[in-house]
Design a protein around this ligand. Structure first.
Ligand code: SP5
Ligand code: ZN
Length: 343
């Protein structure tokens, strides 16, 4: 399996994030991607390729032009506002009862307009890193489109929480959605299976009214876990997308016995749709040792996941999402990918 990777992810190197009501050490950090890269090299997974340049017009099929402009310019706005912190955070949002029909001119209003949480640091290099991450995903999709049976997009920052015009959950561009869109544009019927611990609210929202891309997600129950406001079982899609969205929320503390039952339901739904391409939003945060998550998968369970996905027999693109147990991240990722390859 070929891996697509860019060192430009390291342009996004936040020191802090807001979580648990406080300014804490950031967990979505460059060493994550470095650990995964080292592990796929050590495992001899396959060639490692750089991304090809990404056309802005293609990104505009998923993300609003004004949102792309915002992300590209927000650090200049931050500097112009005289701020000297290493990160910038929003603190006010156009929730119901406030107006969302005007984009404010002030930085704080603009950050709130284009985000949905306070937990996602913006930094000087965020746009460069996020754009490179999107480039990685689309380049890897092109490998599948060209006939590869599998590919790995070593994306950082992650993408599945990012909506058409809002960032959050450490995500800026929706890498998996861009990859799925690329494959769909090439005439393939696409299914996305999101195994990240957190619900992929951005990916769901992007495809909610579309019948040509199936979205299936296994995640912690949003009544008890981030992102809290999407990811319930009664969200089944709308209009042409009705029936093309499946959420499988699980209780905190779920282990492989519980998780693998949801995986079977997820794959039954994928098999019914009969896709020509499968995009896996590969979060490794269901891991028992993850510092911000509460599922109990082991490294061996990640091998079982890879083995089971291979049995689906569909060309498969793996897109890296979350996973914050940095020391174990490489082993867990390589476990999925090498088991998929039958190694
Ligand atoms: C891509 C991805 O995995 N994004 C996850 C974003 C989660 N942000 C909220 C983090 C809240 C952490 N709460 C930890 C509780 C245990 N101390
Ligand atoms: Zn996650």
């Amino acid at each position: 399996m070929k891996t697509v990777y860019s060192p430009d992810h390291a342009c996004h190197h936040p020191r802090h994030e807001i979580s648990d009501g406080a300014l804490k050490a950031a967990v979505e950090i460059p060493s994550r991607a470095e650990m995964v890269l080292a592990a796929v090299k050590a495992a001899g997974l396959g060639e490692i390729l750089p991304p090809t340049p990404l056309e802005r017009a293609f990104v505009e099929r998923i993300h609003e032009p004004a949102y792309i402009d915002f992300l590209e310019g927000v650090w200049d706005e931050t500097v112009a506002a005289g701020r000297t912190e290493e990160e910038a955070f929003p603190f006010v949002w156009p929730t119901p009862g406030l107006r969302a029909d005007r984009v404010p001119t002030h930085l704080d209003g603009r950050m709130g307009f284009y985000s949905f949480d306070a937990g996602t640091p913006l930094t000087n290099g965020t746009f460069a890193a996020a754009w490179s991450s999107a480039s990685v995903a689309v380049t890897a999709a092109d490998l599948i489109a060209a006939g590869e049976g599998s590919a790995f997009a070593l994306c950082r920052p992650p993408g599945h929480h990012a909506m058409s015009a809002r960032y959050g959950g450490y995500c800026f561009f929706n890498n998996a959605a861009l990859a799925a869109e690329r494959l769909a544009a090439g005439g393939r019927r696409v299914a996305i299976l999101d195994v990240d611990y957190h619900h992929g609210n951005g990916t769901q929202a992007i495809f909610f009214e579309r019948g040509d891309v199936l979205f299936v997600s296994i995640h912690a129950d949003p009544d008890q876990e981030y992102p809290y406001f999407l990811g319930h079982a009664d969200e089944i899609g709308e209009g042409a997308g009705e029936g093309a969205n499946l959420n499988l929320p699980l209780p905190l503390g779920s282990d492989w016995a519980t998780w693998s039952k949801a995986l079977e339901l997820a794959l039954a739904s994928v098999e019914r749709a009969g896709p020509d391409a499968l995009v896996i939003s590969l979060g490794l945060d269901p891991y028992e040792g993850d510092p911000i998550s509460q599922f109990k998968l082991t490294t061996d369970d990640f091998s079982r996941l890879g083995e089971r996905l291979a049995k689906a027999g569909v060309p498969t693109l793996f897109v890296l999402e979350g996973g914050y147990a940095v020391e174990a991240l490489g082993a867990n990722c390589a476990a999925v990918l090498t088991a998929f390859e039958g190694k």
